[in-house]
Design a protein around this ligand. Structure first.
Ligand SMILES: [Zn+2]
Length: 420
C-alpha cells in the first residue's frame, strides 16, 4: 500500500517536470515523454505530439506527410541546477510541398546545431564578456564548441542585422600580431557601431566593404570617410564613393606629428655627450605633454633642455603651433594657418618636420575638411580598446578567422537567433 502511494507520488512529480519542460521549450507539435537522470546529464526524451503537423526545416512551411523517422539525435541545453540537460529526439523527414524531402524544423534549435538556441545564446552572450576559454568553463564545454557557437551567431547576426543608411564612417587598422599583420575595421561613426572587418589593409582586401557590404546604393549616402593618410583607403573611397569627403583622422595626424618631435629628439640624443645624456634622460614625455599641464619642476627641466638645443625648441614650438589648427571655426582661417605652418616647417631645417609638412601638403583637402566636419575616429576609441582586449583574450586561438569573428561578435551589435 505504502509503496504504491510512493510510486504514485513519484509519477506525479515526474509529470510536473515534463510539463514544466514542455512549456519552457514551448513545444507545440512535440511533447516531453520522459525525463531520465543519469550521472552526468538529465536526458529529456521528446516525441511527436499525436498527429500534429510538423514544419519543414528549410522554409518552415507546415507539412502533411511524414516520410520517415531517423535515428535519435541529441542537443545540449542549459543546465537544471548542476545537471546539464540533453534533449533526445528522433527527427522526422517531411515532404514539403515547396522544398521536397527535408528534415523537419526543430523549435528548440537551429538546423545544424548540436546545442539548443537557448544554450547557444547564453554562451554567445557570455562570450561577449569573457574569453572563449572562460566561457567554455562556465558551461562545461570546450573552447572549440564556443568558437563554433560564436561563429554561427555572427553568421546569423550578419544576415539579420539592421542596415540603416550610413553617412559618416571611420576606417582604421588594428594589428593582429604586434605590428606585423593588420586588419581593417570600418565603423559607423554616428551610431558608433562596427560595420565591417577585413583581413589585411590592402586595396584588394578592403574593396569588398564597398562592393559587398555597402553596395552601389548604400555607398551613395556616404558623406564623410575618416581615415589615416593611407593611399589604399583613399583610392577605394574615390573609386566607390566619389561623392564622399575624405577626412584625414585627427588622431592619426597628431600621432605623425608626435613622431616627428620624437625623431628630432632621437637625432639630438645621438649627438650629445655622456654627461649631457644623464640630464636629458626621461624627458621625452615632457615634450609630448601639453605645456599648461607641466609642474614647476618639469618646466625647469624643460627650460634647461631648451637652452641646450634649439632644434628641439623649434620642434616643440612647431608642434604647439600646429595644434592650434584644430580650433579654427572658419575654413579660410584654418587654411591660412595651415599654409603658414607648412611654410615655416619647410624652413625649419628639421628633416622629420619637413617630411611631415610634405605629407600634409599632399593631403591638404582631406585635412582641411576637419574644420567643417569635426569628426574623428576618436569617437570609437573605446571600440579600439575593446578590440585590443579581445586580442589578448584570444591569445592561443588568435587566427585571423577567430579574431574577425570575435570582433564582429563584440562590436557590431549583432542580433542573436530568436528563441522560439
Ligand atoms: Zn520547405
Amino acid at each position: 500500500m505504502r509503496a504504491e502511494l510512493h510510486s504514485h507520488r513519484k509519477e506525479e512529480i515526474g509529470l510536473l517536470i515534463e510539463t514544466f519542460l514542455r512549456k519552457q521549450l514551448k513545444l507545440k507539435a512535440h511533447t516531453v515523454t520522459k525525463v531520465e537522470e543519469t550521472e552526468r546529464y538529465m536526458i529529456v526524451h521528446i516525441n511527436r505530439l499525436g498527429r500534429r503537423l510538423l514544419r519543414c526545416g528549410v522554409c518552415r512551411q507546415r507539412c502533411r506527410k511524414v516520410h520517415s523517422v531517423r535515428k535519435a539525435r541529441e542537443w545540449r541545453d542549459l543546465s537544471m541546477r548542476k545537471l546539464p540537460l540533453k534533449l533526445r529526439y528522433r527527427p522526422r523527414r517531411v515532404e514539403c510541398p515547396r522544398c521536397g524531402l527535408r528534415v523537419e524544423d526543430f523549435p528548440w534549435a537551429e538546423p545544424w546545431a548540436r546545442v539548443t538556441t537557448a544554450l547557444s545564446n547564453a554562451v554567445a552572450r557570455l562570450a561577449r564578456e569573457l574569453s572563449w576559454q572562460g566561457t567554455a568553463r562556465q558551461y562545461g564545454l570546450n573552447w572549440k564548441s564556443v568558437a563554433t557557437i560564436v561563429k554561427r551567431a555572427v553568421q546569423y547576426g550578419l544576415r539579420h542585422r539592421k542596415r540603416p543608411p550610413v553617412r559618416v564612417i571611420g576606417i582604421d587598422e588594428v594589428s593582429r600580431r604586434k605590428g606585423q599583420v593588420y586588419l581593417t575595421v570600418v565603423y559607423d561613426l554616428e551610431r558608433r557601431v562596427l560595420l565591417w572587418v577585413g583581413d589585411e589593409r590592402t586595396e584588394e582586401a578592403v574593396r569588398p566593404f564597398f562592393t559587398k557590404e555597402m553596395g552601389l546604393r548604400r555607398c551613395r549616402t556616404l558623406q564623410i570617410v575618416c581615415m589615416d593618410m593611407w593611399a589604399a583607403y583613399a583610392n577605394l573611397v574615390r573609386e566607390h564613393a566619389p561623392n564622399a569627403q575624405i577626412l584625414f583622422d585627427r588622431f592619426h595626424i597628431v600621432k605623425h606629428l608626435n613622431e616627428a618631435v620624437d625623431a628630432v629628439r632621437r637625432d639630438l640624443w645621438r649627438r650629445l655627450t655622456a654627461k649631457e645624456r644623464t640630464t636629458f634622460k626621461g624627458t621625452r614625455w615632457l615634450l609630448l605633454k601639453n605645456p599648461w599641464n607641466l609642474t614647476g619642476n618639469q618646466k625647469e627641466r624643460l627650460s634647461t633642455l631648451v637652452q641646450w638645443n634649439t632644434p628641439l625648441v623649434r620642434a616643440w614650438y612647431l608642434k604647439e603651433a600646429f595644434q592650434l589648427f584644430w580650433d579654427y571655426k572658419q575654413p579660410w582661417r584654418a587654411k591660412q594657418h595651415l599654409t603658414k605652418w607648412i611654410h615655416s616647417a619647410m624652413r625649419s631645417k628639421l628633416e622629420p618636420f619637413k617630411k611631415f609638412a610634405q605629407m600634409l601638403r599632399s593631403h591638404l583637402d582631406g585635412i582641411l575638411a576637419w574644420t567643417k566636419a569635426r569628426v574623428s575616429n576618436g569617437a570609437v576609441e573605446g571600440m579600439n580598446n575593446k578590440i585590443k582586449s579581445i586580442s589578448h583574450r584570444l591569445f592561443g586561438s588568435r587566427t585571423a578567422e577567430n579574431f574577425i569573428a570575435a570582433i564582429y561578435h563584440c562590436c557590431a551589435q549583432l542580433p542573436l537567433p530568436v528563441e522560439r
